[in-house]
Design a protein around this ligand. Structure first.
Ligand code: ZN
Length: 347
């Protein structure tokens, strides 16, 4: 039995073969006293080769990753995996059960809670278990996100720059192998406490991505994510190439790069309003192009306000909810980056 703070796991993570169990979180409040919150965990181990950890449900209202990780457990057998695959489809199960981004137990955002800590609440306890017992066993980590209830994302991998040129080249190669239509480049330390930084600190190859969003399941995003996971696992020798092909993998498309760092801009509402979008996710927009119209909810006499693109680029993120408050970002627009610029940014 493994224990980390309030988290336990009876599954033998190092046993050969294919086995499933749970990560159990004990939490005492009005809803969960005398209960264990069980999050499924699977291990497929065929030998002593490379080990990968694949996770979904880091945020509870993101579904493509949860489906892909469960499907990997269904479709792979130990004979397909020369090393091991560790599969955790619902990282933050309390959030998954509530269909919310963060945990209802402590408002913990799992992807700001790494590397985790003891005595710091249930979300950090879960993160600590993942860091100490799952990431520590892996050489490759894949964390699958989507936009969540409030946002829709283009299907994109993250190339988070680290300040280490060698690691940047490695991460760029991972994103190109995964082969989503877009790869967004973000600055170092963009989201502290994420699973990515815990995996990098452990020396793992790490890839994370966004597959659609809006609290729904997109067929297109799901297929793109499935293909990417199979290609990356095959390229890192976690599964054989013919296994990946058997499960439907084909060649990667060429990913295009966009700046989600200093060159990108939000389009932000500064009044309470009903928002009418004038552009769609993935669309190319010119600087100054009208992208949304805001109308007052209560007063027909108040003139509508037109919001324009503060920068030329691609609509990378779109807000799903049309009712907006001051400070709500309707869109995030980032310029496309050519290969030479990406190479310069990566050092
Ligand atoms: Zn997420």
């Amino acid at each position: 039995m493994i224990r980390y703070d309030t988290v336990t796991c009876a599954l033998d993570l190092d046993a050969a073969g294919k086995s499933a169990g749970w990560v159990e979180l004990t939490h005492s409040d009005n809803d969960w006293d005398n209960s264990a919150i069980r999050s499924p965990l699977g291990v497929i181990r065929g030998g002593d080769g490379p080990v990968a950890l694949v996770t979904g449900g880091n945020h509870g209202d993101e579904y493509e990753g949860q489906i892909i990780v469960r499907r990997l457990f269904e479709m792979l057998e130990p004979a397909d995996v020369p090393g091991a695959l560790i599969l955790m489809p619902a990282l933050n199960m309390p959030a998954v059960l509530a269909a919310r981004r963060v945990s209802p137990l402590d408002s913990g955002n799992m992807n700001r809670s790494f590397p985790g800590a003891e005595g710091a609440g249930p979300t950090r306890a879960l993160a600590g278990f993942v860091t100490t017992h799952l990431i520590a066993r892996a050489g490759l980590v894949i964390d699958l996100h989507s936009g969540g209830t409030n946002s829709d994302f283009i299907d994109c991998g993250y190339l988070t720059l680290t300040g280490d040129a060698g690691m940047n080249r490695r991460n760029r190669a991972l994103a190109e192998t995964f082969g989503l239509p877009w790869t967004v480049v973000t600055p170092p330390g963009n989201t502290g406490g994420d699973l990515d930084s815990a995996a990098h600190a452990a020396g793992c190859a790490m890839f994370s991505c966004e597959l659609g969003g809006a609290g729904q399941v997109s067929r297109v995003s799901l297929d793109a994510g499935w293909q990417g996971v199979l290609r990356l696992l095959a390229s890192e020798a976690v599964i054989a190439a013919d296994t990946a092909r058997r499960l439907g993998a084909d060649g990667a498309g060429k990913t295009r790069f966009a700046d989600l760092g200093a060159g990108s801009r939000h389009v932000t509402a500064m009044r309470h309003a009903l928002a009418e979008p004038l552009v769609a996710l993935g669309q190319d927009v010119a600087m100054g192009q009208p992208v949304a119209i805001l109308r007052d909810l209560h007063d027909l006499d108040l003139p509508a306000q037109e919001l324009t693109a503060p920068v030329a680029g691609v609509v990378l993120v779109a807000r799903c909810r049309p009712l907006v408050r001051p400070g709500d970002h309707l869109f995030t627009i980032g310029p496309e980056l050519d290969a030479k610029t990406v190479a310069e940014m990566a050092g």
